[in-house]
Design a protein around this ligand. Structure first.
Ligand SMILES: *Cc1c(COP(=O)(O)O)cnc(C)c1O
Length: 218
């Protein structure tokens, strides 16, 4: 099943759009199945679950961390993640910078833009992101490589609301690209199982798909 689901997505995904197979809550065996079908990029959102899976799975997997990360859990994530997509506060960004300087590592990150009206969701405002990326400020992050933006659309069946969210983050990304010279800032991570096709039409370079590959999370 996992293999069939993946093959369908591979066939439809335009070249240049990277697939993160979101394996949270699913056992390592499911990840092996996806790996055997050719998938090499996986996403997890809980630090301890992530740290437990990494050592039992193939070393050439590219792991993306996509969940809320508390500053006291960095040690479970930063040694293994090729990218932290979910930088959602200045406090976290500064803690990642500090960890990187202590461990002699540069960590690839996406800045999460708060989309939609849900107060419970994390993420930065556009102003906060612009402040972080301005040259004077950016210079204080020598152990963080800013790779782009991440966003989660409003959780609704109303496609026009989701589309408005995607259009906003797409436009904001373009504005940042025109204001700042950021050669590494190439990624736009939007789109999940039910809305990834729409996200691709709005410039997604990374889609994060869980349910449509692995089935429902129990
Ligand atoms: C769980 C999760 C996904 C995948 O969601 P599906 O609807 O199962 O595809 C994508 N992004 C984030 C941040 C998630 O937490």
């Amino acid at each position: 099943m996992v293999e069939d689901n993946l093959k369908r997505i591979f066939k439809e995904l335009p070249p240049g759009v990277k697939l993160v197979a979101v394996s949270k809550f699913h056992p390592a065996q499911d990840i092996i199945e996806a790996y055997s079908a050719g998938q090499r990029r996986f996403g997890e959102n809980r630090p301890q679950e992530f740290a437990a899976k990494v050592p039992v799975l193939p070393a050439d997997i590219e792991w993306h961390f996509i969940g809320h990360l508390q500053t006291n859990k960095l040690k479970f994530v930063l040694p293994y993640a090729s990218m932290v997509e979910s930088i959602d506060s200045l406090r976290l960004l500064e803690a990642v910078e500090k960890w990187g300087s202590e461990h002699g590592k540069v960590i690839d990150v996406l800045l999460e833009l708060h989309l939609g009206a849900e107060e419970t969701k994390g993420g930065f405002t556009e102003e906060e992101i612009s402040d972080i990326l301005c040259p004077a400020r950016r210079a204080s992050f020598q152990h963080v490589r800013f790779r782009g933006l991440m966003g989660m659309a409003t959780n609704t069946d109303d496609v026009s609301v989701v589309e408005a969210d995607f259009a906003r983050i797409e436009a904001f990304k373009k504005r940042l690209d025109s204001v700042f010279v950021l050669p590494d800032f190439t990624e736009l991570s939007i789109g999940m199982s039910h809305d990834w096709r729409l996200a691709v039409r709005h410039g997604a370079t990374i889609v994060r798909i869980g349910t449509a590959i692995f089935g429902p999370r129990s």
